[in-house]
Design a protein around this ligand. Structure first.
Ligand SMILES: *Cc1c(COP(=O)(O)O)cnc(C)c1O
Length: 498
């Protein structure tokens, strides 16, 4: 299995190269040259397997330069039962009738990013051993909350890696901040910066390309890499859970082998739903992929009209992990749907950076619309949906999941297409306690801190508080550094002992 770039299809790299490198040199994203195909027989053989074995079965086809020992080491390390609050790792829970929820938040940080970021450090260290002489990998992350914590937890105490996370000092929730500043591990560091997320992000980008720092790293046998979702190593673990959910649906008798399902995904950077697309192309019986957005509905408009236009108001919503106007992974879909037209992708991406918009031809859009549907949930409908689901079905969902549930209900209303469906649930409701509590509580809630809200939510709903959130209160704060944007590179020197 070889990988090429969306912006230069003459490129050929191995999986290990794609993962160690992160992004192709000319700025394109790595994609598989050809997808492996899974027959119904093969899917049938996965029904009785554990999550770990299903993961090995799928990943073996993509990581053909990893031997069995390496693959076993990676997958068994990432999805060890001790790290997940569900023995099934990612359970598929029935809400009512044909409506099911795939819970992707049982990992150590209670958000779906764990599904990929638990595995990525293993893939990256094995890849570096193969392609970069065992250099120590230094992961730099600028985060608006979820990614930083999930990356810290994933890379914590992984040999030959160090991780530095920068977050905007006033730009994350109190719970997210506490999750990061109490992070354990001998190879981690966290620093707040005076500025917003964009400041943190652009400073990290400039450190990545700073030659002085790179040379210093080189001397110490270290190299930078990135843990954000354009890395193929973050996408490939996500293909697994679509196969796993399908197998669980078969295993529990909710569908028969070969039946089609619909999949609904609360979408931001388009990584999660793209993994669903890959699963479909590999032969998983998925009929429609429904892309759910919040008020930042740039993808809804694109999938309905063919014009992507990020020149619009940016909303700060109660589903912050979907507050995004440039969905990087869409580039991969456009590459595949245009028949590997790398020139077209260069042209579209140039237009996006110059004008903030582009339009895709009607034949490409026709292909996309055969597989994808799209909708969005306005902010005032999120609370209503959380309350409705809880009152009527006893199912408590977070704000991101509620966005998807609402879009799905509208989809069924508009199309009548109510075949068995899996809705991705991307965060524990306790990660967004304030919003969720507000949605379901009858009285006004004043003067409660984060932990009071967790307690109150638990009292009202009886839903168990995940251990990583329950234990946060007693953790010691380890990281209190705050620096200015201009001092971030000095901070990198200091934290890495350069
Ligand atoms: C990152 C995230 C998303 C969006 O996923 P993409 O792969 O970026 O589309 C949705 N929900 C939560 C809770 C997230 O953390």
């Amino acid at each position: 299995m070889l990988y090429t770039s969306t912006r230069d299809k003459s490129i050929r790299v191995s999986a290990a190269q794609a993962i160690a490198q992160g992004i192709s040199e000319e700025g394109g994203l790595f994609v598989p040259v050809e997808l492996p195909k899974f027959s119904l027989d093969k899917i049938s053989s996965m029904v009785s397997m554990s999550y770990i074995d299903r993961a090995k079965t799928v990943l073996r086809e993509f990581l053909t330069d990893f031997n069995d020992d390496e693959l076993n080491y990676c997958v068994e390390g990432a999805y060890a039962a001790s790290k997940f609050s569900s023995p099934e790792i990612a359970p598929t829970v029935n809400i009512s009738g044909n409506k099911n929820v795939l819970e992707l938040w049982h990992g150590p940080t209670c958000a779906f990013k764990d599904m990929a970021l638990q595995l990525l450090p293993y893939l990256m260290t094995v890849s570096a051993k193969k392609t970069a002489d065992g250099k120590t990998i230094v992961i730099l992350v600028a985060t608006s909350g979820d990614t930083g914590k999930a990356a810290l937890e994933g890379f914590k105490d992984v040999d030959h890696t160090k991780i530095l996370v920068f977050y905007p000092v006033d730009g994350v929730s109190p719970m997210q901040k506490l999750q990061m500043t109490t992070q354990e591990g001998g190879n981690v560091a966290v620093c707040a910066i005076n500025g917003n997320f964009d400041d943190a992000q652009s400073a990290v980008k400039s450190i990545f390309t700073n030659n002085e720092i790179k040379e210093e790293l080189e001397k110490k046998n270290m190299m930078f890499s990135s843990a954000n979702s354009i890395n193929w190593g973050r996408l490939v673990p996500q293909i697994v859970y679509y196969f796993s959910a399908y197998c669980d649906m078969v295993d529990s008798g909710r569908i028969s082998l070969g039946d089609e399902i619909n999949v609904v995904v609360p979408t931001g950077n388009f990584g999660n739903i793209l993994a669903g697309y890959y699963a479909k192309q590999m032969g998983l019986p998925v009929k429609t992929l429904v892309c759910a957005s919040n008020s930042n509905n740039v993808l809804t408009d694109f999938l309905n009209t063919g014009t992507y236009d990020k020149n619009r108001e940016f909303y700060t919503t109660s589903s912050p992990s979907m507050d995004i106007l440039i969905s990087s992974n869409l580039e991969r879909l456009l590459y595949h749907m245009s028949g590997d037209d790398d020139k077209l992708i260069c042209d579209l991406m140039n237009k996006l950076s110059a004008d903030g918009k582009y339009t895709v031809s009607s034949d490409v859009m026709e292909k996309i619309q055969q597989m994808f549907d799209a909708g969005y949930t306005a902010e005032d409908k999120v609370d209503e949906t959380i309350k409705y689901q809880f009152d009527n079905y006893g199912y408590l969902c977070d704000t991101h999941t509620a966005v998807a549930v609402r879009v799905y209900d509208e989809y069924v209303k508009n199309t009548g297409d109510d075949i068995p469906t899996v809705i991705d649930s991307t965060a524990s409701p306790y990660k967004f306690s304030a919003s969720v509590l507000n949605a379901i509580a009858d009285e006004e809630l004043d003067g409660l801190d984060e932990f009071d809200m967790v307690k109150e939510l638990n009292r009202i709903t009886g839903v168990e508080v995940p251990a990583p959130i329950a234990s946060l209160k007693d953790k010691k704060v380890r990281f209190t550094d705050v620096c200015d944007r201009e001092d971030m590179s000095n901070m990198v020197f200091k934290l890495l002992d350069l």
